[in-house]
Design a protein around this ligand. Structure first.
Ligand code: MTE
Ligand code: HPA
Ligand code: MOS
Length: 752
């Protein structure tokens, strides 16, 4: 089963926003942004920009007919900075020009005077100064204060994890086309078409029904376009309205890197208490989330951090406190895992440190504390179909943990300058938007008289394969060839009120909606077939491989004939359906509830080799046992697992986002920001599908796959530091990701 677009992709025929044939007269918008991280705008002058050849206009906050406001959850973010700037890279204006080059020249000609203010870059400093976007959030279970007395070991520590650049291949962009009346059509590279529609309506001061947002596909999103595709789309729309010309904005890579938010950096403190036999009895943790200059999705991300504070483990006494700290950096945003990975890195660090103090392997503590059926999470949900132990034990057996340990031990005894390390990484990830109302989607299905289908849903294809899965679902429901099915672009006029394609819920939500719509049509077709085959009992009718069967024997009717009879009989061949995930809720006063439809489980074993002279390393292998449920599309699922793992490795190892002490991004190009490539990818990458594990809460018993495998990458951090540790066993470990070559070298050879 190939992917939906694979042939087009390979031929280079798939079109992304910048490849679309733009209408005649399309102008180009070039963003002018703040060069400083914090300051007052004293004077903005763009007269000289208007004199640049090819420049038509400069669009600023003053041109906005509606509100200068793009905040998604909290209304705290201007489209164009009007009085103050809060981060370097914050948009102030766009220059609208005949082409990119004159746009760029125009932007360079803009002069802006600022009164510089001191930026806050560190979340703990923001916390000290009371710069919290929302009040602290706390999850707790048991009684943390009385639990410490029962512990034989109490270990505390500090953990840092860095930002991560999304580096989607297609940079942010949009094309806005003014329509008659007040209308506007926006073609956007967004994961959230409705977010774009709603915000454009707010900024332009027109009703949502006059804004059509169309999303053909994304060259990657990874969360970076859940909220942060909106600004560019709205700027293009605003300029298009002002000039009554189509306007396109495509961010150049470097400016995309400077202007957009990334994965949130976190600084955390933990305290963990264990019994002699390795049971975790108490865990207290404080997360200082660096939210950047405005809320964006930070509050929801912070909550998902809390939801994942205990990863795959049952801990009876937990208190997790999270602070959403406002700083003068670009608003950090959704990135695969949505705050979950940051939480898991902290608990895994706590376990690692505890293991060192206790003189045991971390995997001993991990295994001892795995979630079992019916165990309660700190937010009150109990596990169901819990596969934490199953995955761990399958991995332990399949990848033979004990002989790998012996081999690595022996290798380290025999080698002085090259050391190996192993680490086990269990993962338990909750599936559902934690913002409960977002767990809904709709689908619209048309069957045409030649037997072909066109399906629209709220799902955005960003390379994750949701189209292939929806095609596969529809082809199974009707029992027709997948080639008959076209998955349409995501369009707010065809499918309204879309939740972003995020939280790994794309297939669950839209697949179920498509399934329901297909079933509505199928029921009608079966009724038609029963009529023409003169039976009252429609359960005797089946469609199989495009043929109509009566009581299991072939009839003269096939798919196309049946469709045509239905049409002649004036039976509707279109259907719309809406799906909402049942039985989930979350009470924000008590911070308790069944937030997730289900959990995804898995365990990975990671091996790394460190060259202790140079500080370089390779990831030898990542081997995972993963609970895919019953996969709808195994090739896609495997691709998601492999891609997610490599992206997770990148976050933990190479990818270091550095801002200087003035809040300016230093790593704004691929020469300074290193991402994993095929040479860095593990030499051996094994993903074993856990067998015989249907999921009653997913379409055709499948499970979501988009985000969970990312977190196996966390194992690489520990594999590398374990190798380092065997070079200098007496030196204490630091938990500060990413563990770049530079950091490895410093740790191995510095005398602190
Ligand atoms: N895979 C590709 N190729 N490109 C992407 O942008 N985004 C990831 C994941 N896998 C992404 C991807 C993220 S962050 C999420 S939430 C899911 O896909 C979203 O799609 P799904 O809900 O259909 O799994
Ligand atoms: N995941 C991804 N995006 C979201 C979520 C979530 O849980 N909640 C709100 N937006
Ligand atoms: Mo994914 S971070 O939920 O877009």
């Amino acid at each position: 089963m190939r992917s939906y677009d694979s042939i087009q992709h390979v031929r280079g025929e798939s079109k992304f926003v910048d490849d679309l044939t733009a209408p005649e007269g399309t102008l180009f918008g070039y963003v002018y942004y703040s060069p400083i991280a914090h300051g007052k705008i004293l004077k903005l002058s763009f007269e000289s920009a208007l004199k640049v050849n090819g420049v038509h206009s400069v669009v600023t906050a003053a041109d906005i007919p509606g509100e200068n406001q793009i905040g998604g959850i909290i209304l705290d973010e201007e489209l164009f900075a009007s009085k103050e700037v809060h981060f370097a890279g914050q948009p102030i204006a766009i220059v609208v020009a005949e082409d990119r080059v004159s746009g760029h020249k125009g932007a360079k000609a803009i002069k802006c005077e600022f009164e510089k203010l001191k930026p806050i870059l560190d979340p703990r400093e923001a916390f000290e100064k009371g710069e919290l976007i929302i009040p602290p959030k706390i999850f707790s279970i048991g009684n943390i204060d009385s639990a410490w007395h029962q512990c034989d070991y109490i270990i505390d520590g500090k953990v840092e994890s860095g930002a991560q650049e999304h580096l989607y291949l297609e940079t942010q962009g949009a094309l806005a086309i003014p329509l008659e009346g007040e209308g506007i059509r926006i073609i956007s590279s967004t994961q959230g078409p409705t977010a774009v529609q709603k915000t454009a309506a707010r900024v332009l001061n027109i009703p949502m029904n006059k804004v059509e947002v169309d999303v053909p596909r994304l060259g990657g999103g990874f969360g970076g376009k859940e909220d942060q595709a909106t600004a560019w789309a709205v700027m293009a729309a605003l300029a298009a309205k002002k000039l009554n010309r189509p306007v396109k904005i495509i961010l150049p890579r470097q400016e995309d890197m400077r202007m957009t938010g990334k994965r949130h950096p976190y600084s955390s403190d933990f305290k963990i208490g264990l019994s002699k036999d390795g049971k975790i009895l108490a865990y207290q943790v404080w997360y200082y989330q660096n939210a950047g200059a405005s809320a964006d999705l930070s509050t929801a991300i912070l909550e998902r951090t809390l939801f994942h504070s205990t990863n795959s483990y049952f801990i009876p006494n937990v208190k997790a406190t999270a602070y959403c700290c406002r700083t003068n950096l670009p608003p950090f945003t959704a990135f695969r895992g949505f705050g979950g990975p940051q939480a898991m890195f902290v608990i895994e660090s706590a376990i690692h440190k505890a293991a060192e103090v206790m003189g045991v392997e971390p995997s001993f503590i991990q295994k001892k504390n795995l979630l079992k059926e019916g165990d309660e999470f700190p937010f009150g949900q109990k596990t169901e179909n819990c596969r934490a132990v199953k995955c761990f034990e399958e991995a332990e057996k399949r990848f033979d943990f004990s002989s790998q340990n012996l081999r690595v031990k022996k290798f380290n005894e025999e080698n002085k300058l090259v050391k190996k390390g192993l680490a086990v990484m269990p993962v338990c990830f909750g599936i559902s938007f934690t913002t409960t109302f977002l767990n809904q989607a709709s689908a619209l299905v048309h069957v045409y008289t030649d037997g072909s289908l066109r399906i629209s849903t709220a799902a955005v294809e960003m390379g994750q394969g949701v189209n292939a899965k929806i095609m596969s679902i529809a082809s199974q429901i009707f029992s027709i060839r997948p080639e008959r099915i076209l998955i349409d672009t995501t369009n707010t006029s065809r499918v309204a009120n879309t939740s972003p394609t995020a939280a790994s819920k794309g297939t669950d939500l839209n697949g179920f909606a498509a399934m329901d719509a297909c079933n509505l049509i199928l029921e009608r077709l079966i009724k038609v077939a029963a009529e023409v085959l003169h039976t009252d009992n429609s359960s005797q009718i089946k469609i199989k491989d495009e043929l109509v069967y009566l009581n299991n024997s072939k009839t003269e009717f096939d798919w196309i004939k049946l469709i045509n009879i239905a049409y002649i009989k004036r039976v509707s061949l279109s259907a719309q359906a809406h799906h909402a995930t049942p039985n989930i809720f979350f009470d924000r006063e008590k911070m308790k509830g069944n937030a997730f439809a289900y959990h995804v489980f898995g365990t990975a074993l990671v091996e790394a080799t460190v060259d202790c002279l140079r500080g370089t390393y390779v990831i030898d292998s990542v081997k995972a046992v993963h609970d895919f449920g019953k996969s709808i599309h195994p090739v896609t699922d495997r691709g998601q697992a492999e891609g997610g793992i490599v992206q997770g490795l990148g976050w933990m190892t190479l990818e270091e986002v550095i801002y200087n002490d003035e809040g300016k991004l230093l790593t704004d190009a691929l020469s300074t920001y290193k991402v994993p490539d095929i040479h860095f990818a593990p030499k051996e990458l094994v993903v074993h599908f856990l067998e015989d594990v249907p999921n009653p809460y997913g379409p055709f018993q499948s499970k979501a796959i988009g985000e969970p495998p990312f977190m196996y990458g966390i194992g690489a951090y520990f594999a590398i530091i374990n190798a380092m540790k065997s070079f200098r066993p007496a030196k204490s470990i630091i938990y500060n990701a990413p563990v770049t070559n530079e950091k490895v070298l410093m740790w191995l050879h510095s005398n602190d």
